[in-house]
Design a protein around this ligand. Structure first.
Ligand SMILES: CC(=O)N[C@H]1[C@@H](OP(=O)(O)OP(=O)(O)OC[C@H]2O[C@@H](n3ccc(=O)[nH]c3=O)[C@H](O)[C@@H]2O)O[C@H](CO)[C@@H](O)[C@@H]1O
Ligand SMILES: C=C(OP(=O)(O)O)C(=O)O
Length: 475
């Protein structure tokens, strides 16, 4: 075989033959000159093998021809940030859980792999995930999977609630900056968990979780969720004070209520959980993704389009909707539908500051910035949640955007037109922002490394295509 290029990446594959390992495997792909998909050498801790891997998607990109106004109707699916903690929560009951409207995303598959690795039986078909956690047999979470996704730390609370121990590695930092887990650890310690930290691993153990008052120094979404999950089966009452108020926290509470947990207050800054001895089988429909909703609205707005977004929860996207109205879009809310009619060119809004819910979501900062690059006037962004969430800026600048960064502030001077360019998705929302920019750019835009985008958007290209965008995907 003539080697043209070499690529190294992590991918979840089903090993050939009778091997029953289904884990995160390191793959070295050797590209043949004539064909991009040839052989892959896969290495994991237990085996090395060569696989003819015609179906593997090595390098995926989106190619966008800008200029089309988006028009039509699009349905929003279940939220990534709701389904991930809820999947972790299924461990608690030791019974069956049926989850509907689950998005088919890379992160969801990683969470499924994690649950399988500790013994759960899972099926995922037509947006329905069925988890049977009665067969749980391990408390050790494979490091390779933990490193793939920060949300793996959601396993801490449920594993401690269910079997009193967990061994898990640090999830590590990520593209958007360092993401410590000190608040998670503090909350779990308050519930009585002994935690030993060594060589990048956390070994946590508790005889019996004890209800307590947890004062979060910051309303961290993940730490609030982990504390809720750990407290569900603790002895006595737990109060989480300065809890995060994001809608995904309410969704988690609603799922826990279905399982028979005694919990109230989610959506406010104080959540109260009265521990119960046992939880039961539950069926639940995941809430619609508010960030995908906001992203589609931003995409409609940048193209001067007229779109109808269905299966949305308008109250969840108010911070984004009010900014879109400020920049001249007409938005009509009716039941679970949002209709957006955008002007030919939006006006700049002077200040966008990311804040915990109900403030403007950090997960919408990049997409809104893409919109502001072509607005009339100058807008100022302040990113207060994550330290390093401006990686899309250099890429937008390649497309002709005028943006200057000073620490946590980005100043965006709107230009009449962007021009298509070859750009690279550095993280999930930043990647989505580049696609949005491409929709309005003159000529062709290629967005590389869309693997990041696919962590959070199911068939992003198809959704936009349905609204009339010229976008296609190249493997
Ligand atoms: C899967 C999921 O739901 N992810 C969302 C969740 O992430 P995540 O739960 O990680 O976000 P947090 O609210 O915990 O993080 C917010 C800030 O608190 C800091 N922090 C957090 C925990 C901790 O122990 N110590 C600490 O310092 C973080 O570094 C960050 O600066 O909320 C974020 C903020 O809305 C969103 O951008 C993510 O999309
Ligand atoms: C940052 C995000 O997710 P995660 O916390 O899973 O990295 C996001 O959804 O924008």
């Amino acid at each position: 075989m003539h080697l043209k290029g070499e690529d190294k990446y992590s991918h979840t594959v089903t090993p050939p033959g009778n091997m029953h390992i289904m884990s995160n495997i390191l793959c070295f792909a050797f590209f043949d000159e004539s064909e991009l998909t040839q052989n892959v050498i896969c290495i994991d801790s237990m085996s090395i093998y060569v696989q003819d891997f015609q179906e593997v998607k090595y390098v995926s990109k989106f190619v966008i021809h800008g200029g089309n106004k988006l028009h039509g109707e699009i349905r929003i699916g279940g939220a990534k940030n709701a389904v991930l903690p809820i999947l972790a929560a299924t461990i608690l009951s030791g019974k069956e859980s049926i989850l509907r409207d689950c998005p088919n995303l890379k992160d969801v598959h990683t969470m499924i792999e994690i649950l399988r690795s500790v013994g759960c039986k899972i099926s995922f078909q037509d947006s329905v995930i069925v988890v049977d956690s009665s067969t749980l047999y391990s408390h050790e979470i494979p490091e390779s999977l933990v490193r793939e996704m920060r949300s793996s730390i959601f396993l801490m609370g449920p594993m401690l609630g269910r079997c009193g121990k967990i061994k898990i590695s640090y999830p590590g930092g990520c593209e958007i900056g360092p993401r410590p887990i000190d608040l998670h650890i503090k909350a779990l310690k308050a519930l009585g968990v002994q935690i030993t930290e060594a060589h990048g691993f956390l070994e946590c153990e508790v005889q019996k979780l004890k209800g307590c008052e947890i004062h979060l120094d910051y309303p961290s979404v993940g730490a609030t969720e982990n504390a809720m999950l750990a407290a569900a089966m603790a002895e006595g009452t737990t109060r989480i004070i300065n809890a995060a108020k994001e809608p995904e926290i309410v969704d988690l509470q609603n799922f826990m209520l279905k399982m028979g947990a005694k919990i109230y207050g989610a959506g406010t800054s104080e959540i109260v959980i009265e521990g119960v001895k046992e939880l039961k089988r539950a069926e639940y429909k995941i809430m619609p993704d508010r960030i995908v909703t906001g992203t589609m609205l931003a995409a409609g707005a940048i193209t001067g389009g007229y779109i109808v977004v269905t299966n949305a929860i308008p109250s969840h996207v108010q911070p984004v909707v009010s900014k879109l109205k400020e920049c001249g879009c007409l938005i009509l809310e009716k039941g679970n539908t949002l209709t957006l009619k955008a002007p030919e060119r939006v006006k700049a809004v002077d200040m966008i500051k990311t804040l915990p819910y109900p403030g403007f979501p950090t997960d919408m900062q990049a997409q809104f910035m893409a919109l502001m690059t072509v607005a009339k006037g100058t807008s100022f962004f302040t990113e207060t949640i994550f330290e390093n969430r401006y990686k899309h800026v250099d890429e937008l600048v390649r497309m002709g955007a005028k943006i200057k960064i000073d620490g946590r502030v980005a100043v965006v001077k709107g230009v009449p037109k962007l021009t298509g360019a070859k750009v690279c998705a550095k993280d999930l929302r930043g990647g989505a922002a580049l696609v949005i920019a491409g929709l309005a750019a003159e000529g062709e835009t290629t967005v590389e490394d869309i693997i990041h985008i696919e962590r959070g958007y199911e068939q992003f290209d198809k959704m936009l295509e349905q609204l009339g965008a010229h976008i296609y995907r190249i493997q």
